[in-house]
Design a binder for this molecule. Structure first.
Ligand code: CU
Length: 125
């Protein structure tokens, strides 16, 4: 085999492994926030019959910015609450609403709609 063939073959194998991981092993709806410029950990959350992603992993002591976009008109999801951080926001349909705060203690913190029917979890490491 030539070098190029080896690279293509290895690339194919790596891709297969990634696809297997992605579909069978990766946790569904969980995301690890990546810190962008300025060290803000930014995550987009879609609100539609639930929160996607509904498990968000962030680092302690760094600001977190959550951009919620509600893609439904059901009254249930019109407000999102983070009781542990004293944060809440109204989510008008189709509008991006940003919540920003800095978790300073590792732990697991729930977030939910105002009736507690939709739930998600913020994991602070
Ligand atoms: Cu609700």
């Amino acid at each position: 085999m030539t070098g190029a063939q080896i690279i293509v073959t290895l690339g194919g194998i790596a891709l297969s492994i990634f696809i297997a991981w992605f579909f069978w092993l990766a946790p569904k709806g969980q995301i690890r926030a990546a810190a962008g410029a300025g060290g803000v950990q930014e995550v987009a959350v879609i609100v539609k019959g639930g929160y996607t992603p509904d498990v968000i992993v962030v680092k302690s002591g760094q600001p977190v910015r959550l951009n919620f976009t509600r893609q439904e008109s059901a009254a249930c999801s019109e407000k999102v609450l983070f009781p542990d951080f004293n944060q809440s926001a109204l989510l008008p349909e189709g509008e991006q609403v940003t919540l920003e705060f800095t978790p300073d203690k590792p732990g697991e913190y729930g977030f939910q709609c105002q009736m507690g029917m939709l739930r998600g979890k913020l994991i602070v490491e």
